[in-house]
Structures are given as structure tokens and as C-alpha cells.
Design a protein. Structure first.
Length: 202
């Protein structure tokens, strides 16, 4: 088998692993809907994967897997053992865990714990989180609502926290999310000086 064939076999293996993750995410999120009550929730994780690949320009299969699976631990019955069996990659499972909030904690403590862990994680996780934020912002822009969602202030807070420890590899993605954030806030009549201030995670 020549180098070209070996490369094709490797790429086929990566695509098959991503395809398994797509099916897993679809089954795990099958009963969930987005906030509009009409759109299947799983469309969000598919779009986050597309943003990582086509908007931010990263084709690392581990990042694409993390994007597809980033809400499974937090929002479904999936546990870490399920993820490890699916992806056979402890690093991917760890990245998904870093993107998972501990719902046992009170809200303020939960948010602080979440961002403290996330911003100290690998740059790949930061990029996946920025893709998650980008999709949520695009969703808000397209909603046509007049009242700014509560989540918009939270995304501004996440953006500011991430900016305090921004890895160089995530700089372009960060700039794109900043533009989306400004556009979304403007769509709801929020000026830059009205944007929610941030408190850095402890």
C-alpha cells in the first residue's frame, strides 16, 4: 500500500469515528429541543462542529469529536465511561469533561468552577467553547426576539474571562466571537458600555 492509500485509510478511520460520534450525539440528545421548542437540540452540537471546522478552520479530529460531544456529559445520561468506550481517547473525554458544568453546585459557584477549569485547559478546548458561544450567538441573532436573553450577558462574561488567558492559537476564533457578540448585543439594543462587567474566576 502506497503513501496515498495509507493516508486515505487513516482519513477513512477518522471519518468513521466522527460518524459514530454523530450517531451517538443524535441518540443521546434525541428528546431535547432548542429554546424555540421546534429545533432538535442535536442541531446545536452539529453546528458547533461545523464552526470549529469551517469558520475557525481547525480539522483536528479530536476537536471535532469534542465539539460533537460537548454537551453529552452535562445534558444527557452519558457518563465518562460511555464516552471513553465511544471515542477510545482519554484526551477527548477529558476535553468534554472540561466543557461540562457541575450541576450539583449552586449557580454562581457552578459558573465560577466551570470557567476556572475551562480557561486553564488546553487551547483546543477554548476553541471548542468559542465555537459553542458562536452558535448560541447566531441563534440569538436569528430568533427575532426583542428582549435580550439572559444567556447573552453570560456569554459576554465568558468572553471576558477567556480573554484574560487567551491562548495564541485561539486568537482568530476569539476575534470572530467578539464580532458576533457585538452584533448580537446591537441587535438587542445593548451598547458596548452597557455590556455586563466580568468578574475573573478565582
Amino acid at each position: 500500500m502506497g503513501p496515498a492509500s495509507q493516508d486515505a485509510v487513516a482519513r477513512l478511520g477518522e471519518v468513521e469515528r466522527l460518524a459514530r460520534a454523530v450517531g451517538f450525539a443524535a441518540r443521546a440528545h434525541h428528546s431535547q429541543m432548542r429554546k424555540d421548542g421546534r429545533t432538535p437540540y442535536v442541531s446545536h452540537v452539529f453546528r458547533v462542529c461545523l464552526i470549529v471546522r469551517h469558520l475557525f478552520g481547525y480539522d483536528d479530529p479530536r476537536m471535532l469529536l469534542t465539539a460533537l460531544l460537548h454537551d453529552t456529559l452535562e445534558d444527557t445520561d452519558t457518563d465518562l465511561d460511555d464516552l471513553l468506550r465511544l471515542v477510545d481517547d482519554a484526551e477527548v473525554a477529558r476535553w468534554v469533561a472540561l466543557m461540562t458544568k457541575d450541576k450539583r453546585l449552586p449557580e454562581a459557584e457552578r459558573e465560577n468552577d466551570y470557567m476556572s477549569r475551562l480557561v486553564q485547559g488546553p487551547w483546543q478546548v477554548i476553541v471548542c467553547k468559542l465555537a459553542d458561544m458562536a452558535d448560541n450567538l447566531m441563534d440569538m441573532k436569528q430568533s427575532g426576539g426583542k428582549k435580550p436573553p439572559r444567556q447573552l450577558g453570560r456569554l459576554r462574561m465568558y468572553y471576558q474571562w477567556i480573554g484574560q488567558r487567551l491562548p495564541a492559537q485561539a486568537a482568530d476564533a476569539y476575534r470572530i466571537v467578539g464580532l458576533l457578540l457585538e452584533q448580537t448585543e446591537a441587535a438587542f439594543g445593548i451598547s458596548a458600555d452597557q455590556a455586563a462587567p466580568s468578574v475573573a474566576p478565582a
